[in-house]
Design a protein around this ligand. Structure first.
Ligand SMILES: [Mn+2]
Length: 350
């Protein structure tokens, strides 16, 4: 049976399902969990049958922006001893499920739906797509099977797409991504409200935290690498949350000439949570894998146990290697205006 076919039939035939996502969940992880639960309820539940569908995420706190996604949704409440099926969403490896990795591993049938190219295929049935987000993957599956897709599911999917692509400016955006958005616009779903919620809604604390991060900005490799650092103490001093650190790394990659941006956040146990961004053909996913993490070509992350000096030495070395494979090239003109220049002098004909 085709893996996707099997996935749908296994969901249909399971009376109890545990859905889970990676620790420190982002909008795509949370939105895909809620969207999948809604899709199953609307399309894969036989009448009169009440499937037990429980959602799990290992996190101390879900920030304000992402709380909107799970508003009113029950989380981390195990209603059955043993689930028929466990589904992992948006998670590249088993350890990334955090404390729910055990529950996943101990379930007799497991599915892994993801869009990280570094996915370790840790389930019985692994469905890894080259989509902008896990939400987009779910939407495409729903379309293939002619599922009923409610406006609420669309809103969740759109939230996953825009947040995982930094408002459609990076990542694996394809014709399909645009098609999905077109369908949502045609359905008159208020997408502006969602964009505003995720991209024009920074807290004042986040602005202060960004100021701190920018104060720490240093450059390496002839200014092709931007490096910023923050500490947990900075976060609490700014009255900010972990969620407020999201997107700060993008400020490095937005600088002209910078090809790799790094943000290292020192944790309470003196380890570092490190985010990476890159531009064009330069990939940070292999760098993150070498450092024990993973991700996508232009967006990746890892966790480092050790001193900042050692982190910098190892990481900058790997980045330099990647940059040496992509020497700086003269940029081609974006616009070709040769058809309207040089300006013809109207008097020339006389
Ligand atoms: Mn994702």
């Amino acid at each position: 049976m085709h893996p996707l076919e099997k996935c749908i039939s296994d969901i249909k035939n399971s009376k109890s399902i545990a859905i889970m996502c990676h620790t420190a969940p982002d909008a795509d992880a949370l939105a895909s969990m809620v969207a999948l639960k809604k899709l199953i309820r609307q399309n894969l539940s036989i009448e009169n049958e009440q499937k037990q569908i429980d959602l799990f995420v290992d996190t101390d706190e879900i920030g304000e922006l992402n709380s909107a996604i799970v508003n009113g949704v029950e989380l981390n409440n195990q209603h059955v001893d043993k689930y028929d099926l466990a589904i992992s969403l948006d998670c590249a490896s088993l350890p990334r499920l955090g404390k729910y990795a055990e529950l996943f591993k101990n379930t007799k049938n497991t599915i892994n739906i993801d869009h990280h190219m570094t996915n370790e295929k840790f389930a019985h049935n692994n469905l890894v797509f080259t989509t902008s987000s896990t939400c987009e993957a779910l939407y495409r599956i729903a379309k293939i099977y002619n599922f009923e897709i409610s406006d609420e599911v669309c809103k969740l999917v759109y939230s996953g797409i825009i947040t995982d692509t930094n408002n459609l400016t990076q990542g694996t955006i394809t014709v399909n991504t645009h098609k999905i958005i077109t369908e949502m616009v045609q359905r008159k779903i208020n997408l502006d409200a969602l964009s505003e919620h995720f991209f024009k809604n920074n807290t004042k604390s986040k602005a202060y935290l960004l100021k701190q991060a920018l104060d720490s900005l240093t450059f390496f490799a002839s200014d092709r690498i931007a490096f910023m650092k923050l500490t947990k103490q900075d976060i609490s001093e700014c009255n900010a949350t972990v969620e407020d650190t999201y997107g700060i790394v993008n400020h490095g990659i937005e600088i002209k000439g910078v090809d790799i941006s790094i943000l290292a956040i020192k944790q309470e146990d003196n380890s570092y949570q490190v985010s990476l961004r890159s531009k064009g053909d330069i990939s940070v996913s292999e760098i993150a894998v070498s450092m024990g993490g993973g991700g996508h070509d232009q967006v990746a992350a890892f966790h480092f146990d050790g001193l900042l000096a050692d982190l910098k030495e190892k990481l900058i070395h790997l980045c330099r290697e990647e940059l040496s494979r992509h020497p700086v090239e003269e940029k081609e003109a974006l616009f070709d205006n040769s058809d309207v220049s040089p300006n013809q002098d109207i008097n020339e004909e006389d």
